[in-house]
Structure formats: C-alpha cells, structure tokens
Write a protein that binds this ligand. Structure first.
Ligand code: PMP
Length: 284
C-alpha cells in the first residue's frame, strides 16, 4: 500500500510517526472513515464538515484545505487501485518533542495520516441479507462521544466481548437507554416508525445517520428522534445500524431475543437500497 503522511506518499513500511506524537501518547487526535464505491468517495463533504467540527472542539488547527483532502483521497484511491473500500484519515496534535499533558504551543504541526483499505464487493456484504446479532453492554466511554477521537479502547473492548459471545457487535447502554453501537448509530422500527436517539454529546453524529434520515423523510417514512431501551428494541418489528462502512445493516437478534420475525425486515432493506443508490449517485 501507498500511504500518506504529512504530504508525502510513501510505501506503508517506510511511513513513520514520532514516538512523541500526541496521537500515540494521549489519543489526542481525530479521524474520519470515508467509503469508496466504484472508485468514488461517498459523502466526502459531510465527513469534512464533521472533521472540522471535531478539530474545533479540541482547539486543533485544520492542517489542510478541503481541496487538499480531496486531492489526497483521490491520489490514494488511484495509487492503490481502490474500486471499493475505505479511506482512513487521522489528524493528531503532532509531535511536541516530549510528553506533557498541556497542549504544545500554537504552530506545532499536526500529524496527518491517510491510508486506504480495499474491500471488494463492499456494498454486497452477505450480512445485509442475514442481519447482525448483537449483545448489549454498559456504555463506559467518556462523555464527549460527539467528537470523533482516536480514543477507541472501550469500543474495542466491547467488540471483543461481542466476538467472545459469538455475535457481530454490541449496543452500548447508559441509564437504561441505548446510546449507539461500538462504531455505528442504532435504530428500531415499530409500526412503520423509525426510532433513533436524538443528537447530543452522548453519541457520534453519524454522517450515514444524517443521510438515512433525510432519505427516510423524502420517502415519507415516519421518524422519531428519541432514546429507547433494549427491551423496546427486542419488542420492535425491526432493528438496524448505520455507518459509513456498513451503510445500513439489519439487526435480527438482541441479547439472544429475535427482533420481529428474526429475519431481515422491509424497512432496513429499503433504506439500505435507497442509501446505496442515492450515495452512489452523489459520489465524487
Ligand atoms: N457511532 C460511532 C461510535 C462510530 O464510531 C461511528 C462510525 N464512525 C458511527 C456512529 C457512525 O458514523 P458514520 O455514519 O459517520 O460512519
């Protein structure tokens, strides 16, 4: 693979970052994941808007222009021959030359890293036909989940717990209510109404979530933005998640209980189709 580090395109085994980088020592950095279908970028603008918001919330300078990001993404897609897959972008507060809790002086150059992941057939994931099984576990992350930081240890632990219990993912629960999945936003469908938690600092403001809710409204589907419990999800007609890399993925089992018929339902299926169709059309 050819990867991007601070303006250079390098073979992955020659790309390096300092041991003093605050991303490495403090998880002081933010990231984005953008899907590529047919060599084109999905929802590039939305991801850049969120990147800038994350940087802003952490008082970090945005090191590149929108055009620079776009040019680098396209160069990586081209150099790595990506048809379907993902681009990972990470911006950390850079290398102050030593370890210190205080932020380094203004002007310290942020570290920008980008790389591709090839996923042939990304849009045709067989799991979309069978659905995911998930478990619920307590949400023990910090309280600013709206900032897309690289501090991903708890979601990794949750994912490992899901794996150990033979399922696909975990939904995180706080004060008896589902916040989101380890790396996705969560939804249930009851009597035709799509329910998903409202935006706040408690969850990441998913780019796919915004698109799916827009498409749902355009298709005259009912949407309620409110929190729900695991019991309500288990009693729902359907459940699903959204993320930039899984798109819309049905959930058919929660903590061992079948959701609805236990099969992938019509609302999730339709939303996945609409999302993929519209996103491909708008891809750049
Ligand atoms: N919540 C969390 C915690 C996530 O990590 C992600 C994926 N980055 C999402 C939601 C979904 O966001 P998006 O649709 O922008 O990928």
């Amino acid at each position: 693979r050819t990867v991007y580090v601070n303006g250079d395109y390098l073979p992955e085994d020659q790309a390096t970052v300092s041991v003093f980088d605050r991303g490495f020592l403090m998880a002081d950095g933010v990231y984005e994941v953008v899907s590529v279908l047919d060599g084109k970028l999905l929802d590039f603008d939305g991801h850049l808007v969120r990147l800038k918001r994350s940087l802003d919330e952490l008082s970090m300078d945005n090191p590149l222009s929108d055009d620079d990001y776009l040019a680098a993404f396209r160069a990586l897609v081209e150099r790595n021959g990506i048809t379907d897959g993902m681009i990972y972008l990470q911006v950390t507060r850079g290398n102050p030359g030593d370890r210190d809790f205080a932020y380094p002086p203004a002007g310290t150059r942020p570290t920008v890293v980008m790389f591709t992941q090839s996923k042939p057939g990304l849009a045709d994931a067989p799991a979309a036909k069978t659905g995911w099984k998930i478990i619920s576990i307590p949400d023990q992350r910090w309280a600013r989940r709206d900032i897309k930081t690289v501090q991903l240890l708890y979601p990794s632990m949750a994912k490992m717990e899901a794996k150990a219990r033979g399922v696909d993912d975990a939904w995180l629960v706080e004060d008896g209510l589902v916040t989101e999945g380890t790396s996705n936003n969560t939804y249930i469908v009851k009597n035709g109404t799509i329910v998903t938690r409202a935006l706040s600092n408690d969850i990441l403001h998913g780019i796919t979530r915004a698109a799916v809710l827009r498409f749902a409204a355009e298709a005259q589907m009912q949407v309620e933005e409110r929190s729900f419990t695991i019991a309500e999800a288990q009693a729902a007609d359907e459940a699903f998640i959204t993320s930039a890399s899984a798109f819309v993925m049905p959930v058919v089992e929660i903590d061992g209980a079948a959701v609805g018929t236990g099969q992938v339902g019509p609302v999730a299926t339709r939303l996945r189709e609409i999302y993929l169709e519209e996103s491909r059309k708008a891809a750049i």
